[in-house]
Ligand binder design. Structure first.
Ligand SMILES: Cc1ncc(COP(=O)(O)O)c(C=O)c1O
Length: 388
């Protein structure tokens, strides 16, 4: 029996939606994508929404629109997917990697305060694995230093914390609809923002700076000219993909219940085994995007290989950014991210994962980690990081 790391839930009903778009002459960004933007806006309490073809594309548009570039510093957590750092770097800014909280692995506000310099322009916080950062603390810090606060909400569409939702306290919250995300369409992204000017600039940017996209150029029967006031690039989400999102957004909270049950089952069994996992916060809704655990660094790769050999899909989310060659010139003080990154691996977690399959994942994990006996000790000592 094999248990894949991830299985999407798109079926014939989604294929029928794509066929419906195919039956129209308009495949690219148009009325369907606009309907999904309105749906997302409604989900986040009437904020502006621009759908794009990836998190990365819209993050680039956001940083460009905010004028962040050479000479500026952006604070990014050291524990995240590299995209969070790549985009400010691509814009010409310097990235300052900051450490995370040992229990949740979320950006540590105290470390953010310490990292601020006269060059700092923005904090990019990451709602890692599905839990929101401490937005109240980060907003206070951003306000007291006049910084932009941008949320990498790629893992956290459904998340809340202290009754705060993404895009409520920040300049922009950026989402990913990449193939493995809780809501996905292969490749896709969106920005949600309460800043009208930023929204307008991003919308223009995602269509090469043109004042009218394809849908608008032909809407009055006769072709209409368009203008370009600034540079841009291609970035909008086509209707043929946007149509996959609509039913998933409608059902995301119901589907989250299944993720919650699976996460609780993992936590109960892993607590017995004494294996560390990211601690769930008591005051919010966890989007349960990933289920990472931590084993001693010296056995991590063997545990991954042992699981894979038994037909269990698992992956690493993530090695600390300072361990990537891209950052080798930087001196980074982020020991918590480093320690987590050296020992973490993620277990399968998705709606549709049968409990029998999940039990097998845990049985194999138990057997594989037992093989490493004494070497598992440090993980056992660090146990107790989370309740159930
Ligand atoms: C935390 C985080 N940020 C950003 C991204 C980039 O998203 P996209 O692939 O849509 O550009 C990802 C994608 O996996 C991610 O996990």
């Amino acid at each position: 029996m094999t248990v894949p790391f991830y299985r999407h839930q798109l079926d014939e009903s989604h294929a029928a939606r794509m066929a419906q778009v195919l039956s129209t002459p308009h495949l690219t960004y148009g009325s369907v994508a606009r309907r999904v933007e309105a749906q997302i806006s409604n989900f986040f309490g009437s904020a502006n929404v621009a759908l794009t073809n990836s998190w990365s594309a819209v993050a680039f548009a956001v940083f460009q629109s905010l004028g962040i570039g050479p000479g500026d510093e952006v604070i990014v957590p050291a524990m995240t997917f590299v995209a969070s750092a790549n985009i400010p770097l691509l814009c010409g800014a310097t990235v300052k990697l900051v450490d995370v909280d040992p229990a949740t692995l979320l950006l540590n506000p105290e470390k953010v305060s310490e990292a601020i310099s006269p060059k700092t322009r923005a904090i990019l916080c990451v709602h890692l694995y599905g839990q929101m950062c401490d937005m109240l603390a980060l907003r206070r810090i951003a306000d007291s230093h006049n910084l932009f606060l941008i949320e990498d909400a790629a893992h956290a569409f459904e998340a809340t914390r202290q009754n705060i939702i993404p895009a409520m306290l920040s300049d922009a919250a950026i989402f990913s609809f990449y193939a493995t995300k809780n809501i996905n369409c292969g490749e896709g992204g969106a920005v949600v923002t309460r800043n009208n000017a930023l929204y307008e600039t991003v919308c223009c940017f995602r269509q090469h700076g043109m004042s009218a996209g394809a849908a608008d150029r032909f809407k009055n029967k006769y072709y209409q000219h368009w203008d370009v006031e600034g540079p841009g690039m291609k970035g909008s989400l086509p209707d043929i993909l946007a149509t996959l999102l609509e039913p998933q957004i409608d059902t995301c909270l119901a589907r989250l219940e299944e993720r919650d049950v699976l996460a609780r089952r993992y936590r109960a069994r892993l607590s017995e085994l004494g294996i560390r996992f990211a601690q769930p916060l008591p005051d919010g809704r966890h989007a349960q995007h990933l289920f990472p655990i931590h084993v001693p660094a010296k056995v991590r790769d063997q545990v991954v290989a042992g699981l894979n050999e038994a037909g269990i899909g698992c992956t690493v989310n993530y090695r600390a950014l300072q361990d990537l060659s891209l950052f080798k010139e930087q001196s980074v003080d982020a020991p918590i991210a480093k320690e987590w990154g050296d020992g973490t691996l993620s277990l399968p977690l998705y709606p549709g994962l049968a409990h029998a399959d999940q039990d097998r994942v845990m049985d194999v994990l138990t057997a594989v980690t037992a093989d490493y006996g004494e070497d598992m000790k440090p993980a056992l000592q660090a146990a107790g990081a989370g309740g159930t």
